[in-house]
Design a protein. Structure first.
Lengths: 293, 293
């Protein structure tokens, strides 16, 4: 059996292949596309592709169905990273050990590349690449739009910037992080229930994804404090330097680690009714917390 | 009979009402929404709402069907204006006689407000607000995503910035302007054929909208050169100062006016087969060229 790292690599490669084929079919080769590609194919782990695959495993859905959806998710994820790095946002010159998009292509191109990737996600979801019935396709589009907008990713980034250098309580920080990171992971999981047509499972799986997002964020915070910057591909200790509002800054490291354990238990409990079908998702949750990069 | 200005105001008010109700149903009242609202309800003419209505008139489609679609279009239009004004783009401190969104709320909030409006457009189009069958709904989403992305609005703005202070020929400038302005007007018209389910008309109406976009841009360029800055709500002579690549800069004012007449004839010719049903759209085309603000 492959390790989780290998399995993530496998799903990421499949989704990258899909995206490259998708763009080549569209005859997309202008200069702006170079900046979009730089953000999209710049060697991130693409953990969300595997998370989506694990959620689809629950319903034993044919593999080819998750790939274009994970492609749309990666477009949204890349868009959010390109914009987060901008000078007026987190002002990060490096991402994954390489120059961030605005450093390489300039600020206006980075903004437009982000916008274009966000739009591409909806282009993919409304296209024939998504092999599900029309109702489920519309449910996918609706769910993704809600998790990407002002009540999701954009709203989370807004709060993150607003919270900077301010003392915030645990509830406020969790709300911000669930919007910023959790919502899209929520969609990774919820999309499986949408495609399977099991409406009753949508909320539960979305919740699992939101909790996975929180776990991901906590492990990110721990990596920032204790991790190896070479492995992570960006400088560490940035949260402290920038005065970022993190769960750790609100409740301390000990309580944060305890919270992470509680979230892991909660995720396992939510998935217990699926039995063995959910084991890849449980394994993915364990990996997300224990990763070292 | 009301004047075109009055009819535009009427459709704009109806679409504003729809958008306000839509957001209030979603319980949207966070700080980011303030910046979105500022961009969306800041008193632009909302000419695209009326253009959409005129296209719907061709098929005598019930009025309530164009309103939410025009709402989505206005979200995309506002997003593009907010981002166009950014310091790294056109760096405009004023829009419609008021501070631009980034001047009032800061750069990061303006970027996120734009992103959120873009996303809201897809949220609306995939929602129950759009009262058409699922296939047509998906066609609307697909068409809008293509006209907003890297081959449409975002791509056009990219070219516009790239062309600055460079001598470009007529073909290059028309391509840029059709992407930047024409594509969304194309969607205004095409959406009527989509909702009517007349697939064969889609390309023709899209083309009419693209030509209307060109006409709109030419009249904008003429207003910038000869217009009254108080009426327009922004300083004039900016194209020359900023070295913008416009059709006028490529072929001169006389040839540009001749081109505008040719485009008007082309639009009328395209619409002739619809007879009287297209008269509001023809009237709208005349208005677009002759407007003084």
């Amino acid at each position: 059996m492959n390790s989780v790292t290998e399995k993530i690599k496998l799903s990421a490669d499949k989704v990258d292949d899909f995206l490259k084929k998708y763009f080549s079919k569209k005859n997309t080769n202008n200069d702006l596309f170079e900046a979009m590609s730089y953000g999209l194919f710049s060697g991130g782990k693409k953990i969300r592709t595997y998370l989506t695959k694990c959620a689809f495993d629950i319903y034993k859905i044919d593999e080819y169905k998750y790939i274009p959806i994970a492609g749309a998710i990666e477009c949204v994820h890349s868009y959010s990273l390109i914009h987060d790095d901008l000078p007026s946002m987190d002002n990060d010159d490096f991402r994954r050990g390489k120059e961030s998009t605005h450093k390489k292509f300039g600020e206006s191109t980075a903004i437009l590349a982000g916008n274009s990737l966000l739009t591409t996600a909806f282009e993919i979801l409304s296209s024939d690449e998504i092999n599900v019935d029309k109702e489920r396709k519309l449910n996918l589009i609706s769910a993704l739009s809600m998790c990407a907008g002002h009540k999701g990713i954009a709203g989370g980034q807004f709060l993150d910037l607003k919270f900077e250098k301010k003392q915030k309580n645990k509830k406020e920080i969790i709300d911000m992080q669930q919007k910023k990171t959790g919502e899209l992971m929520g969609f990774c999981c919820e999309s499986a229930a949408i495609v399977a047509g099991v409406e009753d499972d949508r909320e539960k799986l979305k919740e699992v994804g939101l909790n996975l997002g929180l776990l991901f964020q906590i492990s990110d915070d721990l990596l920032d404090r204790h991790g190896d910057s070479d492995k992570i591909g960006k400088p560490t200790k940035q949260d402290e330097i920038k005065g970022k509002a993190t769960i750790m800054s609100a409740i301390g490291e000990h309580q944060t680690k305890k919270l992470a354990q509680d979230i892991q238990s909660l995720i396992k409990e939510s998935l217990i009714s699926y039995g063995d079908s959910a084991w890849t998702l449980v394994e993915c949750a364990n990996y997300i917390f224990k990763r070292d990069h």
